[in-house]
Design a protein around this ligand. Sequence first.
Ligand code: MF3
Ligand code: CO
Ligand code: CO
Length: 276
Amino acid sequence: MNNYVTVTADDRLESRDGAIKLHGPDGFAGMRRAGRLAAEILDALTAQVVPGITTREIDDIVHRMTIAGGGVPATLGYRGYTRSCCTSINHVVCHGIPGDKALKDGDIVNVDVTPIVDGWHGDTSRMFLVGEVPIKARKLVDVTYECLMLGLAQARPGNRIGDIANAIQTHAEKHRYSVVRDFCGHGVGRLFHDAPEIVHAGRPGTGPELRPGMIFTVEPMINIGKADCKLLDDGWTAVTRDRSLSAQFEHSIGITDDGHEVFTQSPTGRDQPPYA
Ligand code: MF3
Ligand code: CO
Ligand code: CO
């Protein structure tokens, strides 16, 4: 059985023993502002992510825009992480650390940003196509975006997390791709990573029931090859064990009375590449 707790406007309690929080209008308003800034930052990157830019330069743009937008990057100082975003190139599954590496023609890269605005975390990521990208990689990116959208289509009261997971898994496997099991979506809000865990593969009708007021991310990572990941020596960068390409998209959403609201939608319609 899962435990649900209603969050009130002046509630500053962080941990609730793994209870699933049901947020009110103030939570949705806060997430709308944080999510909007997060989406605007990714929008701004669409013109910048081109061959030759380094991931550190991407990180600098994210840092500058987060501060200019009245936010603070959640990842900066998070468990020893020292950057304002994650940049995960090609076979990197997630949590790639920005550095001196320059993007090259044909790369695919995920940029994951989480500005904190007035205490609320807007967590979102998109894939970017660098220059001319081979069809095989473009197809992975397209199918991964479709996986996120099909998962979100299941996000409504009465459904369960397993319904989201199954929609994602079914679509990925239909294309002979695999769903990463080592990383999950998560409750989000005043906390960066909160209950419940949002798995991206599973059986319909299983897991916690979705209720109005729940706020969480859906962020499937899909590999062309096997699902297995390994962690590099830097303690953060997760890569596919078989070095196959991996893609990911992430939105932060809230469950409403009759469906869901996406807090991190692109205000300019640039949710899916190509962005030109
Ligand atoms: N934004 C990532 C997520 O979707 C978390 C990154 S934590 C970091 O949950 F420390 F690696 F940046
Ligand atoms: Co997330
Ligand atoms: Co994220």
